[in-house]
Ligand binder design. Structure first.
Ligand SMILES: *Cc1c(COP(=O)(O)O)cnc(C)c1O
Length: 360
């Protein structure tokens, strides 16, 4: 068996221990004679799996009791519609556009009400986070929307926007559980788990209880109402059961590693290895304004697209997979999520140094 160092932006690397454990339990989950994939989602066995997963997530993120945790489907993209359908009571919402995912969310919200782009970093290819300390927040805005870590461009909010008292809604798909968060700063936090937690097919929504109401936009399908899923404990219909089980194992793995404070420390150390090298390299350089750099997604370029392509190819041959940048940006991107071991980044930097020596 030869595992590569997988720098994919998502679906992405998972902890090897988690995959091992899932393999061991594949045919016979804890003596019940079947796989979790074959189990009724109404069984006692599965009830324990989903309840333990939620309890562990609550412990990791210190989620207060007046927030609900929902395990949903439809990808992060489904939330682009579900959020306005459920939260746009006045029909107004303010969006901060820091990349493609924020833009898509904004465009979707425009279908349902008066969505306003109150700030954007499109003028410099989304390479920075705009100043959000004094934005023209609409007095009627039902919420302010951000994409907290921009997977494609490699930027991250280091301070949350001043929402002037409005509810903050945040897409944390690519920074979920990468560091501690103060849940009380948000009305709703959500993310697709396939970036930094588990397999594709699960979306986790953490929502303040008072925002879950029957007062939704007319025509909102039953399946797209938060209340439907909150009332049924995420078991209104068949949930993505196997994915939830793997997420639960990742939560356990994070707890064993010391929780989110420890992850933050590890992630900072890991990212610094790559950023420090990018800052001193004469061949490679980062594309993001320094103070806005993400700990999770690190884009970089040589400035020569042919050389970039050769780097990606040679890196792949050396066992470093998925380093090609997003198709809209070009260059390279190393996604170094929680499950990427520090050795992976050390070895990548070694390889980059050799490549630099040969190509300067
Ligand atoms: C990948 C990603 C999405 C889209 O996720 P899907 O689950 O494919 O819909 C949305 N937001 C961010 C920040 C992402 O990284």
């Amino acid at each position: 068996m030869a595992r590569v160092y997988n720098f994919s932006a998502g679906p992405a690397v998972l902890p090897e221990e988690v995959l091992q454990e899932a393999a061991e339990e594949m045919l016979d989950y804890r003596g019940c004679g079947m796989s979790v994939m074959e189990m009724s989602h109404r069984s006692k066995m599965f009830e324990t799996i989903i309840q333990d997963a939620e309890a562990d997530l609550r412990e990791l993120m210190k989620i207060p009791d007046h927030y609900r945790v929902l395990f949903l489907q439809g990808g992060a993209s489904q939330q682009f519609a579900m959020i306005p359908m459920n939260l746009m009571k006045n029909g107004v919402a303010d969006y901060i556009i820091t990349g493609q995912w924020a833009k898509k969310a904004y465009q979707e919200a425009c279908l349902y009400g008066n969505a306003k782009a109150v700030a954007s970093s499109a003028d410099q290819t989304f390479s920075y986070i705009p100043d959000c300390s004094d934005l023209p927040i609409d007095a009627d805005a039902d919420y302010v929307y951000i994409c907290e870590n921009n997977t494609i461009y490699g930027t991250k909010y280091k301070t949350l926007p001043n929402t002037k008292g409005k509810i903050l809604v945040s897409d944390v798909s690519s920074c979920f559980l990468s560091e501690p968060v103060d849940v009380t700063q948000y009305g709703l936090i959500y993310g697709g788990v396939q970036k930094n937690i588990g397999p594709a097919g699960v979306v986790i929504v953490i929502i303040r209880e008072d925002l879950i109401t029957e007062d939704v936009l007319p025509g909102t399908p039953t399946m797209l109402r938060y209340k439907t899923h909150a009332d049924a404990g995420s078991l209104y219909n068949t949930p993505p059961a196997y994915g939830i089980y793997i997420c639960g194992k990742v939560f356990q793995w994070l707890k064993k590693r010391g929780g989110l404070e420890a992850m933050k420390e590890y992630n900072e150390k890991k990212a610094a290895i790559l950023y420090d090298y990018l800052d001193e390299s004469r061949l490679f350089h980062g594309t993001v304004r320094k103070q806005d750099r993400s700990l999770m997604n690190v884009p970089f370029v040589t400035g020569d697209s042919d050389l970039d392509a050769r780097f990606v190819k040679e890196a792949k041959e050396a066992g470093f997979e998925n380093l090609k940048g997003h198709r809209t940006v070009g260059g390279m991107r190393a996604s170094i999520y929680n499950a990427m071991p520090i050795e992976g980044v050390e070895k990548l930097v070694e390889f980059m140094k050799q490549f630099e020596a040969k190509n300067l």
